[in-house]
Design a protein around this ligand. Sequence first.
Ligand code: 5AD
Ligand code: FES
Length: 348
Amino acid sequence: MIENGRESKALKDKVVSLLKSKGNDLTELYEQADHIRKVHMGDEVYIRGIIEFSNICNNDCLYCGIRASNHLVNRYTMTLDEILAVAREMPLRQQTTVVLQSGETPGINDREIGNIIKMIKAETSLAVTVSVGNRPREIYRYWQECGMDRYFLRFETSDPVLFARLHPDCTLYERLDCLYALKELGVQTGSGFMIGLPGETLGTLADNILLCRDLDLDMIGIGPFIPHPDTPLADEKNAYAGEEEMFFKALAVLRLFNPDAHIPATTAFDAVFPGEGRNLALKRGANVFMPNNTPVEYRKDYLLYPGKPCIDESAQECSSCVLSRIESIGRKIGLGPGHSVKMHRGKK
Ligand code: 5AD
Ligand code: FES
């Protein structure tokens, strides 16, 4: 933390009070978040197509539907050819970044992931974001040499005790060390958290937002925690159940404190507010949309949480839907790669 103790307490109190906004104050908060988004990031919405290329995972995060102990999941890994076939189509759909996401299986496929990155960079104009969990610095370095532009790894919660309870396989500090390594390598770094994990307080949510700020992230993805029936948290509730407005308040306050980060309108917003969650997110601070490009036959097997939208839609259908959603709220499609704004301003 940059602030001394008293300043940082005052800052946290300020964030908590913003999160409690109601009535006119809340309307003002949303307007301010939208304004800051417009000033710093413009009206372009960047479209990053996500390919969930494998649901095999060694970890047992208590909230996650594809955790290793969930034996009800039908496990798959796409072939290199299948992944490339999807990636080749993406630029035709105005998608300028591919996000390669999978469960966490260190070691087994690190070379293969390198090969996928190299092939995509050789064959397409796409920026490549990888999101496959904790790895040693040398593996991140290797992927960077293969052409990886960005890495996305959520810290999930800034509370180390809550983190330990939810993640039997790693500590918050190991996760943060991965983020520091990525930043130090010069990889555009994304992180974020879930909103409403069981046991969190408004203080935790404020700390999460301030940790994003302190990490000076290029991209920040946040979304509501949704209990999955086949996990140990099946009977838990979101900490803000009954006050779902908090999900948008968190997003708006996140934008105020991270004016020049790319912030996606994440899929989980649509799971909670079907058909409109991501549109509302774009109007309250977000500037990125991430349509699902996973082939339809695999989508139902990548259910991190229930109610995930677009399970039956093809990549083409999602793409058309996204374009019309963006136009319907009067915004433009970002045509370039949508690299980090911070990098361009020479801050990095
Ligand atoms: N509810 C909401 N988000 C979840 N994620 C995993 N499980 C859930 C859940 N039950 C999120 C985590 C992870 C991202 C890929 O998906 O934040 O980092
Ligand atoms: Fe998939 Fe709208 S984004 S159907």
